[in-house]
Design a protein around this ligand. Structure first.
Ligand code: GDP
Ligand code: IMO
Ligand code: MG
Length: 408
């Protein structure tokens, strides 16, 4: 069985936590998009790990973690991450593989990324990890792939500085490289989890362009970047937070008002620990945006939603969610392509009663307070998609499974 886990908002939905949880029943975990711009947090019994490139299934000693063809990989960041894991007692040898089609991020791309974004009239606020430049080189057919490291003619085209950078990593990268499509074809009956990075609204095509990342973070990206055909995917899971966050610039229609709702914003940011894992930047916060969540469900064929951070609302008297946009006096329930429309959109909010009780003690969904269940069920109805998993804390254990995705 092949399950894809994607972000259904602007990234940081808790994909790492959910992939780590679900990986228990998988044999192979494939990251299919993005690079070290991602920051996936996993908390296991009080130990916290931040992963940027390596798939979140690495913490189980018997799983194979593969960096897919859709990724852009900074070798230094990769080997730093492997060292961090080894130093903390996670054995990685022979378990981390890389698609021979994945692209390589060179130091000069990182430099150009930073300079170009700073020079923009309206910066995107990139993570400065060379992501957009590496994908541009790929599209321009000037990129360097893992397989190319063994191609002398191609290597001869590189500057000495690039060769010097690559030299200590080349043999190790080639040793880890794999023809991913063939590898998966030979393991047809294994359980494979495809881990997305970023989120639908940061996807190059589906997102709030140009305020997006440059990879395919959508569900379709799992097929391309995971080297399988789209019909080989059995299920798509969309992870979303009980509210909205965004790092960097670009539209966030349901963002908390910086003056009137400053206290609310601060509470959510501190309680949800809303600071970027990769850059440390405070995340912008807002109400749950159901218009964009429904758009994510439709455009990714999401079968099942995974809701995270519901616990952040535990002490609230009432909770609000955005159910439509008011764009210059017109009520809109579909997600517009125009950034201008999104910038002008005022959220139409619906209020729900709070539950004023800790969700941490519930072992099953049925033990949730009625008000919490009503909030969850409203979302499922609005999005016409079931919410099958609810996360009520950052630890691996704080996960309530209503229906396991591994059961067909
Ligand atoms: P990712 O990029 O989608 O993997 O998400 P990040 O790791 O960037 O951000 C999610 C943050 O929320 C991390 O600090 C997680 O430890 C934390 N987290 C995940 N799920 C929950 C949850 O259900 N409740 C709370 N309070 N925190 C959570
Ligand atoms: P995970 O996988 C949140 C954002 C950046 C910036 C924009 C473009 O942890 O959810 P880039 O460096 O990719 O060119 O930056 O995309 N961004 C993310 N925001 N979570 C992420 O990944 C992100 N990856 C990129 O902040 O606005
Ligand atoms: Mg993140």
């Amino acid at each position: 069985m092949k399950i894809v886990v994607i972000g259904a908002q602007w990234g940081d939905e808790g994909k790492g936590k959910i992939v780590d949880y679900l990986a228990n029943e998988a044999q192979i975990i494939v990251r299919y998009a993005g690079g070290a711009n991602a920051g996936h947090t996993i908390v296991i019994g009080g130990e916290q790990y931040a992963l940027h490139l390596i798939p979140s299934g690495i913490f189980y000693p018997d799983k194979i973690a593969i960096l897919g063809a859709g990724m852009v990989i900074d070798p230094k960041a990769l080997f730093d991450e492997i060292k961090m894991l080894e130093d903390r007692g996670i054995e990685t040898k022979g378990r981390v593989l890389i698609s021979d089609r994945a692209h390589i991020v060179l130091p000069k791309y990182i430099q150009i990324d930073k300079e170009r974004d700073a020079a923009r009239k309206k910066p995107i606020g990139t993570t400065g990890r060379g992501i957009g430049i590496t994908y541009s080189m790929k599209c321009d057919r000037d990129g360097i792939r893992i397989a190319d490291l063994a191609w002398k003619e191609k290597m001869d085209e590189l500057d000495q500085a690039d060769l010097d950078f690559l030299a200590p990593y080349t043999d190790k990268l080639l040793e880890m490289s794999v023809d991913l499509g063939t590898y998966l074809m030979h393991r047809k009956n294994t359980q494979v989890l495809f881990e997305g990075a970023q989120g639908t609204l940061l996807d190059l095509d589906l997102g709030t362009y140009p305020y997006v990342s440059s990879g395919m973070s959508c569900a379709a990206g799992a097929a391309v970047g995971g080297c399988i055909g789209p019909r080989a995917i059995d299920k798509v899971l969309g992870v979303f937070k009980a509210y909205s966050t965004r790092v960097g610039n670009g539209p966030l229609p349901s963002e908390f008002d910086p003056t009137a709702e400053d206290e609310l914003c601060r509470f959510v940011r501190e309680t949800g620990r809303e600071y970027g894992v990769t850059t440390g930047r405070p995340r912008r916060c807002g109400y749950l945006d159901l218009v964009s969540l429904r758009y994510a469900c439709l455009s990714n064929s999401i079968d099942s939603l995974v809701m995270t951070h519901l616990d952040v609302y535990d002490t609230f008297e009432e909770i609000k969610a955005c159910v439509a946009y008011n764009i210059n006096g017109k009520i809109v329930e579909t997600f517009p392509a125009s950034v201008e429309d999104l910038n002008n959109a005022k959220p139409v909010l619906r209020t729900f009663p709070g539950w004023k009780k800790s969700l941490a003690d519930a072992l099953t969904y049925e033990e949730f307070p009625v008000a919490a269940m009503e909030y969850v069920e409203f979302i499922a109805r609005y999005c016409e998609t079931p919410v099958d998993i609810v996360s009520v804390g950052y630890d691996r254990k704080a996960t309530i499974i209503r229906k396991s995705p591994w059961v067909l």
